[in-house]
Design a protein. Sequence first.
Length: 149
Amino acid sequence: MAPPPTGVGLVEVYDINSGAFAELTNVSTRGFVGTGDNVMIGGIITSGGNGSTQVVVRGLGPTLSQPPFNVAGVLADPFLRLFDRNGNLVSTNNNWKDAQQAAIQATGLAPPNEVEAAILAPVAAGNYTAILSGNGGATGIGLVEIYKL
């Protein structure tokens, strides 16, 4: 078995609260999205309160080929799945406009390309995993992002 390809990766963490208590609002990772065990995985842990936290999860590919990114070999058709800590499927999306279009647009976080994936979901406190793969087994450079609203 050949080793997985190497390349550029990106992890971002934002703290928009200048007070004593930090609040993470976005985490994103860019890298090669393969097949099987080599898909891209992003995770979050939500906590606090008795209610739920609203999140937007995005899977981008074609946008990365455009300026200012100009990345070659992008994931042409991202497919996104969101799982809870027990491995239960919370939601899936292939083309973001196919489901929740108005709600996702209202967040201001709609993906720039209609073949990219996005999920808007209320999540209870706990661990969640977003899995980005290529629709139909495609591979390429992708970006998985999770935003807390």
